[in-house]
Design a protein around this ligand. Structure first.
Ligand SMILES: [Cu+2]
Length: 125
């Protein structure tokens, strides 16, 4: 008797679609961007794109390419990440990977040359 009721209940649960309402584990997305350091005709050095946007929980993967003749930094102090990207040539690349675990707008800068144009990391809640 108990078995019959269990089957009926199971059939009702499936038929009513209740199973479909069970929350699934949220999957974080991934933001993958190539960022290139260039110098404008006016002599302004800047990492492009200047803005990186992610959703909270996303994994952010940045491939950094330095096209200039000197080493440059790429740093997001609020996230405690930063690298020095070597000058142009076969070794002019670096990568940063981190989880965007807090929302807000955070400055991105070159820790070697504070005068460089700064960028922004925007993490949407
Ligand atoms: Cu620099």
């Amino acid at each position: 008797m108990k078995t019959v009721w269990t089957r009926v209940l199971a059939a009702l649960v499936v038929a009513s679609g209740v199973v479909g309402l069970v929350p699934r584990a949220a999957r974080a997305g991934e933001v993958s961007v190539t960022v290139v350091n260039v110098e404008t005709p006016q002599g302004v050095k800047v990492w492009l794109p200047t803005g990186i946007t992610a959703k909270k929980g996303d994994i952010v993967k940045l491939k950094l390419v330095n096209k200039l003749a000197n080493d440059h930094g790429y740093s997001i102090p609020a996230y405690n990440v930063g690298v020095i990207v070597p000058a142009e040539g076969p070794n002019g690349n670096a990568e940063i990977t981190f989880t965007a675990d807090k929302g807000g707008v955070f400055p991105i800068n070159c820790q070697l040359h504070p005068a460089h144009v700064a960028g922004q990391l925007v993490v949407l809640e």
